[in-house]
Design a protein around this ligand. Structure first.
Ligand SMILES: C=Cc1c2[nH]c(c1C)Cc1[nH]c(c(CCC(=O)O)c1C)Cc1[nH]c(c(C)c1CCC(=O)O)Cc1[nH]c(c(C)c1C=C)C2
Length: 481
């Protein structure tokens, strides 16, 4: 019943690194797509102040914008016009929260009513804690270089002699984009389907990918997959040997092994806090319960407690967002609750409490009073890392520390380092794996080359950040995390 989706266009590597994996594992026929033109892709809503507002699509009409304006959700949007005139941040400012950046440069109301909802829908996080330098990387860099994000964008275009649109990227991101173009070869039909899709998933859910990967790896014969063997500790080998000594397994009877090189997805609690999210899947036999067709809706931080005492973050309209997964008709939705709202909680709602809370959310917000005939409640503890203020400095310290200690024999991958999307993590893993080829595994990289590399960001044609090898598959290089 769970309804995870994969983004057609993710940040950084987009689907690029995942697509060849799907192709190589022979899973292309198991993929189902939601096309960009379908309501499930186009219609994303924000609940404000007590109604669903459709977020502007790629090309919003004047009527769309006017409808949004009337609800008040766009209050403060005129701040965009004065943004080029807002003084540049002081030189001593090394980071700022997303909320503070927007309040300073545009208007606090836009941050609270609109942007906080979008950040709920990605990080389940609080814009007043998350880092603008990391998560609004492009805008942060443009302000740093030109004194303004919006004005800077246009100045960057006009100052550049090249005929096409340019963007600003970190040299390491450019290098990765070039490598993808050189090394990734996609079936043109598959590439076209992905290009036309907003999200894609598998008929039997995302587990399809994990299971196929497991089978493929096991079939190689030289790989052993061990589960239920938590890492207890690890350290660099001593006595002149290069490598990592790892203690794993049961605390009572751990085993110690040495490796020439280890790739770790373990988290480090000094770099980011995490948030806990509860997801409640609800199924109703009545297929016409949704007030609108679309992907779902998000709830901004400005919604008062009385309208959202359950601390819901958003609701996905699964049966509208993804077609082709279900064997029976009906309405399927997922209520997502918690995230930063539950920071510091020592205990969380039980499964039964979660179910009741989710039912109250959809009754209050979208008038669904039917009784669901099936449900699934899942509490994901500490599931999404929060790139809070100062994250990039903490990550840099960490990267320098492990490089010093392990001299390249420990490399790291995962959502704490690469981004919260599945695509981000696969891109990170792809890049680390590439770096091991030939003599690469003997090098000093710890897998976090970008954060260690202090070169200036560079202006390049936006097309250089796109996958152009086959059918123009889209890859956005927005310079974020
Ligand atoms: C309500 C909570 C959440 C919803 N999804 C997530 C949460 C916490 C988790 C999530 N959403 C996105 C990612 C990144 C995945 C990737 O890039 O591969 C994660 C971990 C993507 C995303 N979802 C929404 C947006 C605007 C984005 C950014 C990328 C994009 O534009 O595609 C919107 C959104 N998320 C949720 C809803 C209900 C919703 C919009 C109505 C649920």
């Amino acid at each position: 019943m769970a309804s995870e989706t994969l983004r057609g266009r993710g940040r950084r590597g987009g689907q690029l690194t995942r697509a060849p994996q799907i192709q190589e594992l022979g899973l292309i026929d198991a993929v189902i797509y939601t096309k960009r033109s379908e309501p499930g892709a186009k219609n994303r809503f924000v609940y404000y102040p007590d109604t669903l507002n459709r977020l502007p699509s790629e090309r919003p009409s004047l009527a769309d914008l006017f409808a949004l304006w009337r609800t008040g959700i766009l209050a403060g949007a005129f701040g965009m016009l004065k943004e080029p005139m807002v003084p540049k941040r002081p030189a001593a400012m090394t980071d700022e929260t997303v909320g503070s950046f927007l309040a300073r440069r545009v208007d606090k109301r836009i941050a609270d009513n609109l942007v906080s909802a979008v950040f709920h829908g990605i990080y389940a996080g609080d814009i007043w804690q998350l880092s603008a330098k990391t998560l609004l990387g492009l805008a942060w860099q443009l302000e740093g270089r030109y004194g303004s994000a919006l004005g800077g964008f246009f100045r960057m275009q006009s100052e550049d002699q090249r005929p096409h649109q340019v963007t600003i990227v970190h040299p390491v991101d450019l290098q990765v984009a070039k490598a993808m173009n050189e090394e990734i070869d996609l079936d043109p039909h598959f590439a076209k389907s992905l290009k036309d899709a907003s999200v894609f998933t598998f008929k039997d859910g995302q587990q399809t990918l994990v299971r196929a990967l497991q089978s493929a790896v096991e079939a190689k014969g030289n790989v052993e997959i061990r589960t239920q063997a938590p890492i207890q500790s690890f350290k660099a080998l001593e006595g002149g040997d290069m490598g990592v000594e790892i203690v794993s397994g049961d605390e009572a009877s751990p085993s110690t092994q040495s490796f020439d090189l280890a790739i770790s997805t373990l988290r480090n609690n000094d770099i980011t806090p995490y948030v806990t999210v509860m997801t409640v899947n609800l199924y109703y036999p009545n297929p016409t319960l949704l007030p609108v067709q679309g992907f779902g809706y998000l709830i901004p931080q400005s919604i008062p407690f009385e309208q959202n005492p359950e601390r819901a973050l958003g609701v996905i309209f699964d049966s509208s967002a993804i077609k082709g997964q279900d064997t029976v008709e009906g309405t399927k939705i997922t209520v997502m609750m918690g995230g930063h709202w539950w920071d510091g909680w020592e205990s969380y709602p039980s499964q039964e409490e979660g179910l009741q809370m989710a039912k109250r959310v959809v009754e209050r917000h979208i008038g669904i009073t039917d009784e669901p005939t099936a449900h699934l409640v899942n509490l994901s503890r500490d599931c999404i890392p929060q790139y809070t203020l100062g994250y990039s400095d903490r990550l840099k310290n960490f990267a320098e520390g492990i490089t010093d200690e392990f001299k390249g024999r420990l490399r790291v991958v995962g959502s704490q380092f690469n981004g919260v999307g599945v695509n981000d993590c696969i891109t990170g893993a792809w890049n680390v794996a590439r770096g091991l080829r030939e003599e690469g595994w003997k090098g000093r990289s710890c897998g976090l080359d970008k954060i260690i590399d202090s070169r200036e960001w560079i202006v390049v044609p936006a097309s250089e950040m796109a996958y152009v090898k086959r059918e123009g598959l889209d890859k956005r290089g927005d310079g974020g995390l």
